[in-house]
Design a protein around this ligand. Structure first.
Ligand SMILES: NC(=O)c1ccc[n+]([C@@H]2O[C@H](COP(=O)([O-])OP(=O)(O)OC[C@H]3O[C@@H](n4cnc5c(N)ncnc54)[C@H](O)[C@@H]3O)[C@@H](O)[C@H]2O)c1
Length: 266
């Protein structure tokens, strides 16, 4: 897709990967960037810095799991700006928890990491199908193709996020709706260092990864959107890991158990 003259919405735009996406999209001369985050200050700071760089940008503070707020956001932007060309469902949370996490933790991970994508797609699809054109980028994770040691709700919901993006691409890809799914490993953001739990395993899991900067991820995204590619792997090695998992699941599980044992128990 072309960034020039496009109307772009980025959820989780107030921090980390979302903020880097907003800044990178701004280089492509979009018509408008809407920075969405439940953190009002973060969203407004990113929008203000885009405006300072000469880009038309505004902020919306909302929770992406709030269905009426998401419908109002999408309807409002289409009404005010005449359309949405690219919607990035990027907001996400880690839990740092295992199978014994409280139901509320499991539910919150589902709501933010998966259901928010459903809410956005449900509001956008009728409009995009009618117009014959639209682009949805969802941020999942390499955890959605592999696993995330020490975080069961994150691993499970990110797999579901990948599955939903694939389903959308298969169902609507020939009707003008493009879908890409971003699956990075470690990226230097507050999420990686904040909410993956504070135990020794979380620290070792982080140390075991090749950590990219959010700006590197944003660069990969812009390249993939230009090519209209579904799977975005800023860490290219994830393709090899996924192949190894698919070609011999028992061997992959044994290797992952060894890795977990070497890093410590949850
Ligand atoms: N950092 C990593 O290592 C990494 C790796 C793979 C995937 N990801 C994914 O990238 C995405 C962005 O994460 P990040 O690393 O930039 O983290 P981050 O914490 O820096 O940014 C996430 C943003 O989402 C916002 N957010 C969270 N829940 C929200 C909600 N319910 N409504 C609205 N906004 C909400 C937060 O306020 C925050 O500004 C997430 O989906 C995350 O799972 C991150």
């Amino acid at each position: 897709m072309e960034l020039r003259d496009s109307v772009i919405v980025v959820t989780g735009g107030g921090s980390g990967i979302g903020a880097a996406l907003c800044h990178r999209f701004a280089d492509g001369s979009p018509r408008h960037v809407r920075v969405v985050d439940r953190d009002r200050e973060g969203a407004e700071a990113v929008a203000a810095s885009l405006r300072a760089g000469g880009v038309d940008a505004t902020a919306s503070a909302l929770d992406v799991t709030d269905r009426s707020a998401v419908e109002e956001l999408i309807g409002g932007i289409i009404g005010d700006l005449g359309g949405i060309d690219l919607f990035c469902a990027n907001a996400g949370i880690g839990t740092g928890a295992g199978a014994d996490a409280d139901d509320e933790v499991w539910d919150q991970a589902w709501q933010v990491n998966v259901h928010a994508h459903v809410l956005a797609a449900r509001a956008l699809l009728p409009y995009w199908l009618d117009r014959g054109r639209g682009y949805l980028l969802t941020t999942a994770s390499a955890a959605g193709l592999l696993t995330n040691l020490g975080d069961a709700p994150y691993s499970v919901t990110k797999h579901a996020a990948v599955a939903f993006a694939e389903w959308l691409s298969i169902t609507y890809g020939d009707r003008g709706v493009s879908v890409s799914c971003l699956c990075p490993q470690g990226v230097r953001t507050p999420l990686l260092f904040g909410s993956l739990g504070d135990g020794a395993l979380a620290t070792e899991v982080v140390k075991a990864q090749r950590i990219l900067e959010p700006e590197d991820v944003a660069e990969s995204v812009v390249e993939a959107l230009g090519a209209g590619r579904f799977l975005i792997l800023p860490h290219a090695e994830v393709a090899d890991y996924e192949l190894a998992r698919a070609s011999d699941r028992e061997r992959w599980l044994r290797a992952m158990r060894r890795l977990q044992a070497s890093l410590g128990s949850p």
